[in-house]
Design a protein around this ligand. Structure first.
Ligand code: ATR
Length: 271
């Protein structure tokens, strides 16, 4: 049977095996999907062994996405832009192709929620790997403007200048932000410390869409805060997780699985 897995550290709680097993059942594809947790310095060897032993493809998650970027034979244009690889496919001619489906997953989930990106004004919070990964797919939707705000302003400036050629993107400090925005995307890891990005409450209005790339059984601190300021449409990153997986599955198997039912089952398991 064709073998796939996800590399990460830690990876025990990854939902990828659950998601891909449901995709495989739904599309009647014969495959198995497991987990691998190499030591911090053991990823390159583990990756090589996996493919030498007949593995067909893998996902890569924290902290190995940048290493994967450096290790593959060939990069997709979106992986090149993201500077990170979350999906690897062994092609028929034996080439390890590195791709990145995270940004496509975010855009697919936003669209599934009915959020209009084209012509909209988007505020992206954070300038780390998660922000970098979604910039090209967001700009491809042709927003009227995409503003990046980050605690360390220089990093936001750097990102904005790197993606200048793809659309109207600029960096701004948190205090200088001028609304109204149609959509705010939180890509920061502030929630992990139970913290919030330092955003003025006046930027939240009833018609705004709020997206947090984090997720959990309960509302993330950012979503809770946005609701308290009056936001009505809030989304967490569980949908992005399922959509990026569907995109990876499509890269590997050439068939696109449906995501609605899988997302429902995942939500039931979280709660
Ligand atoms: P990831 O790959 O998940 O993006 P990362 O590259 O470590 O992780 O980036 C984390 C992002 O969250 C950064 O933009 C970081 O801001 P700095 O560049 O100023 O460090 C942001 N972040 C983390 N904790 C934060 C906090 N408490 N408040 C605001 N931003 C925070």
């Amino acid at each position: 049977m064709d073998r796939y897995l996800v590399f990460g550290h830690p990876v025990r709680h990854s939902k990828s095996p659950f998601i891909h097993t449901l995709f495989a059942r739904q599309t009647q594809q014969a495959l198995e999907y497991g987990l691998a947790e190499p030591a911090a310095d053991g990823f390159a060897e583990a990756l090589q062994t996996f493919f030498a032993e007949g593995g067909k493809g893998c996902n890569v998650t924290v902290p190995f996405k940048e290493q994967a970027f450096a290790l593959v034979d060939r990069l997709s244009p979106r992986a090149k832009r993201a500077g990170a690889v979350n999906t690897i496919k062994l092609t028929d001619d034996g080439v390890l192709l590195g791709d990145n489906t995270d940004g496509a997953g975010l855009v697919a989930d936003l669209k599934a929620h009915g959020v209009t990106l084209t012509g909209g004004r988007i505020l992206l919070l954070g300038a780390g790997g998660a922000a970098r990964g979604c910039l090209a797919p967001l700009l491809a939707e042709r927003p009227s403007e995409l503003v990046i705000a980050n605690r360390t302003q220089a990093k936001a400036g750097q990102l904005a200048s790197e993606f200048q050629d793809l659309g109207p993107v600029r960096a701004q400090g948190y205090e200088a932000l001028q609304g109204p925005f149609d959509l705010i995307i939180n890509s920061t890891s502030a929630s992990l410390q139970g913290d919030l990005p330092p955003l003025a409450p006046t930027l939240i209005h009833v018609d705004i869409a709020i997206y947090d790339m984090m997720y959990g059984a309960a509302d993330t601190p950012f979503i809770l805060w946005a609701k308290q300021q009056g936001a009505r449409q809030t989304m967490d990153g569980l949908g992005m997780l399922v959509e990026q997986a569907a995109e990876a599955f499509t890269v590997w198997r050439g068939i696109r699985p449906g995501t609605k039912q899988v997302l429902r089952e995942l939500k039931r398991n979280l709660g």
